[in-house]
Design a protein around this ligand. Sequence first.
Ligand SMILES: [Fe+2]
Length: 187
Amino acid sequence: MQDPAAISALYDLINTKQPNLHEHCKRVAEYALMLADKTGLDESQRQMLYDSAMLHDIGKAEIPDNILNKPGKLTPEEYDVIKQHTIAGYNAIKDINELKSLGPAILHHHERIDGKGYPCGLQGDDIPLSARILAIADSFDAMTSYRPYKNAMTIQEAADELRTNSGSQFDSRLVECFLSLPIFNDL
Ligand SMILES: [Fe+2]
């Protein structure tokens, strides 16, 4: 069981940096738990997944505002800076006893099944299950949300995108589970 006070203190830190992040993280946590329930995680793994979802982008506290909140397209150099948020997030919690179990999910939530993700380029099942679940929940919410540089996709468009990238970016078994959730029933 993680320490709720420590999580909330860390959480406040990032929320001052990027106010929309709070709502994003809550939705990511909800999607992650819905998916987790299809994979049979036990209660302590569910809690860990929820806390990881709430803190997955904590490392963005280290990213300069002008890059983090840039309305236009990022340069390759700026994108390299953004990528550092996975390592910064991991470093922020790795020495805190109550939070260190969240490390793998936070560090690896931008890995891809084909090994082309970051920061480690892990492939397939070498990517922790929690991180593979977060990748889908995070991407789905990012796709269906408005951002200054893009419009929100419809649920149908985002589902198609998950399907297209199933097996390359995302774990295909998990995509199948995710798309069987009730939110996709009307598609
Ligand atoms: Fe992230």
